[in-house]
Design a protein around this ligand. Structure first.
Ligand code: FAD
Length: 322
């Protein structure tokens, strides 16, 4: 273990042990090399012309346009609809929150990073008039035996109360303003938002750095020298640039020339068919739930009357009435 920690960039030392243990291993992350400026296998962006074509103008594409604008990039967003967010992101409301799983695996950590990064963005959007609330979200978990076990799990994982709290059924009922039979995870930074308005807000934020090309379906993507070329149904060139962002949900694999079986559409969403191979009984629920709880730690959520959002076990959010 010591060798593996050192190989991964940790400085390892011994310290006096506790509870009968002679000594323990202490490791501090202290990488010797320089921090990479780009993820492994990805080109560095320094020196690259800062201009990107984004295919898809849902929340992902519009958020990408804004994020690129923040980095000093110009972008053009192409969408087959005239307006942004007419497909998967076209719901009147969407909830957002973190996830707690017993092993704190990649799924839970990814969602935590996203939830923590998104809360301030959502607050800024709501402050500027996007319909929504960032007053916390309750996630009911009928499978966890009780609030004490939930609290013990949070202590074991070291998750702070600013991110998630374990609340009893009476506490959850108080937060929700309605009787709830189960203990719940309470995410103070969670809430709900109008995704279409959010997409429009991202584009407004990007300002003059982004150009919207509505009603332009991209049928193919071709490489020409250093450029990516976007082609219409008639094979005409729509645009070209050195960088392209695929934010077109289920169409992304086809345009990238990848196996289109890696994602499949399900009731307006995309998911990986890999989930089906898990074989756990919970997968039988997939017609009702978004995906297998074993893969996703997934349960569902409702916005409490005090402001927070709550989600029901079936996956459908109960939205606030005001
Ligand atoms: C019923 C339902 C409820 C949901 N609830 C929640 C929720 O509560 N919380 C949550 O976080 N998520 C929720 N989701 C999931 C969430 O809506 C999606 O993950 C998110 O909207 C995906 O955004 P996107 O931009 O990746 O995809 P999309 O919004 O689908 O955007 C893709 C865009 O690409 C465009 N496009 C596709 N192909 C082409 C092409 N060839 N040329 C040009 N344009 C193209 C489409 O027109 C579309 O605008 C829900 C989804 C559904 C369907």
């Amino acid at each position: 273990m010591r060798d593996a920690l050192q190989a991964a960039g940790f400085e390892v030392s011994k310290a006096p042990g506790q509870g009968g243990k002679r000594d323990i291993t202490v490791a501090h992350f202290a990488p010797r090399g320089s921090v990479r400026s780009a993820p492994p296998g990805r080109p560095r962006t320094r020196g690259v012309e800062r201009r990107a074509l984004i295919i898809g103008g849902g929340t992902a594409g519009c958020a990408a346009a804004w994020a690129l604008a923040e980095q000093g990039w110009d972008s053009s967003v192409f969408d087959r609809h005239e307006e942004p967010a007419c497909e998967g992101s076209g719901n009147p409301a969407g909830i957002f929150h973190g996830v707690v799983t017993p092993d704190d695996g990649v799924h839970a950590r990814w969602h935590r990073a996203a939830a923590l990064a998104f809360a301030p963005v959502a607050r800024a959007a709501v402050r500027e008039g996007v319909r929504g609330a960032v007053d916390g979200l309750l996630r009911l978990d009928p499978d966890v035996p009780g609030v004490d076990d939930m609290a013990a799990r949070l202590r074991r994982l070291g998750l702070p109360p600013e991110y998630v709290q374990a609340v009893s059924a009476p506490q959850a009922s108080l937060l929700a303003g309605m009787p709830l039979a189960h203990a719940a995870w309470f995410y103070p930074g969670g809430g709900w938002i109008d995704p279409r308005a959010l997409a429009a807000w991202y584009l407004r934020r990007a300002g003059a750095s982004v150009r919207w090309h509505g009603g332009e379906a991209v049928m193919a993507l071709r490489r020409d020298g250093d450029d990516w070329v976007l082609l219409s149904a008639q094979g005409l060139e729509l645009a070209r640039a050195p960088t392209v962002v695929l934010a077109c949900a289920g169409e992304a694999a086809r345009l990238a020339g990848m196996d289109t079986g890696i994602v499949e559409p399900i009731r307006g969403r995309c998911r990986s068919p890999m989930r089906r191979r898990c074989g756990c009984r919970a997968c039988h629920w997939r017609a009702r739930a978004m995906c297998c709880p074993r893969w996703a730690g997934s349960r569902s959520s409702v916005p409490p009357r005090s402001g927070a959002t709550t989600q029901r076990p079936c996956g459908l959010p109960i939205m606030p009435t005001t």
